[in-house]
Each structure stands twice: as structure tokens, then as C-alpha cells.
Design a protein around this ligand. Structure first.
Ligand SMILES: *[C@@H]1O[C@H](CO)[C@@H](O)[C@H](O)[C@H]1NC(C)=O
Ligand SMILES: *[C@@H]1O[C@H](CO)[C@@H](O)[C@H](O)[C@H]1NC(C)=O
Length: 124
């Protein structure tokens, strides 16, 4: 009974001088409470950081998917451009060939008209 009241006395003293670091029982309790608080605070910060990392990771993956889709679209457009270029080159070459053939034919017909006219003049 006497021991119990002594503990109570020390506890009361410690409560009164709670701010005193010299109070060994309470300051130890205070210290542990502060450490616990810090651990909890750090855990919260860690959780927030992890959540942020997870969100960033998801965003990066989404961006990569979007980039992949863009790449596919760009490749399709590039293929179309390439095909058109090949077609235009072939068509241009063919047109040039046909045009020079047509020009040669016109020249030949023109010469024939000249020859025929000259022949007509000579025979008449
Ligand atoms: C050139 O002439 C060929 C033969 O007549 C024809 O098949 C081809 O389509 C022509 N090219 C163009 C560009 O018109
Ligand atoms: C026209 O006459 C010239 C000279 O007489 C000849 O060289 C040429 O081949 C002739 N052209 C045609 C289309 O008959």
C-alpha cells in the first residue's frame, strides 16, 4: 500500500514537472511517444510517396501506349507517302516516255505532210 502511494507520488510529480527533462519516467515515455509519432508520420509520407510513384508509373505506361499508337499511325502515313512517291515517280517516268513518243510521232507526221506536200508540188 505504501509502495503504491509512492508510485502515485512519483507519477504526480512527473505530471507536474512534465516539461522537465529530468523526470526520467515521463521523459522516457515522452521520448517513445515522439518516436512513435515520427514513425507514423514517416509511414504516412512513405505511403503518399508510394502512391505518387504508382500514379506516375501508370501515367508513364499510358504515355508509352499513346506513343506506340502514334508510332503505328506515323508508320502508316509514311507507308502511304512512300507508295505515293513510288507511284508518282513511275507515273512521271511513264508520262515523260509517252510524251516524248507522242512528240516524236507528231514530228514524224509533220515531216510526212511536208514530204507529201513537196511531192504534190513536184508532181503537179
Ligand atoms: C503510257 O502509255 C502506255 C501504253 O500506251 C500506257 O499503258 C500507260 O498508261 C501510259 N502512261 C500514262 C502515264 O498515261
Ligand atoms: C521526208 O523526206 C526526207 C528527205 O527526203 C526523209 O529523210 C524522211 O525520212 C522523209 N520522212 C518521212 C516521214 O517520210
Amino acid at each position: 500500500m505504501e509502495r503504491c502511494s509512492l508510485v502515485f507520488f512519483i507519477y504526480t510529480l512527473c505530471t507536474v514537472f512534465a516539461s522537465e527533462p529530468s523526470c526520467p519516467v515521463l521523459s522516457r515515455y515522452d521520448y517513445e511517444e515522439k518516436i512513435l509519432e515520427r514513425v507514423i508520420r514517416n509511414e504516412l509520407v512513405l505511403q503518399t510517396t508510394l502512391q505518387s510513384i504508382r500514379e506516375t508509373n501508370e501515367k508513364v505506361i499510358a504515355e508509352l501506349h499513346a506513343l506506340q499508337e502514334e508510332k503505328v499511325k506515323i508508320n502508316a502515313v509514311l507507308e502511304i507517302i512512300e507508295r505515293k512517291q513510288t507511284y508518282i515517280e513511275t507515273y512521271s517516268a511513264s508520262t515523260l516516255t509517252n510524251l516524248s513518243k507522242a512528240l516524236l510521232e507528231i514530228q514524224e507526221r509533220s515531216n510526212r505532210i511536208d514530204n507529201d506536200t513537196i511531192g504534190m508540188i513536184h508532181t503537179s
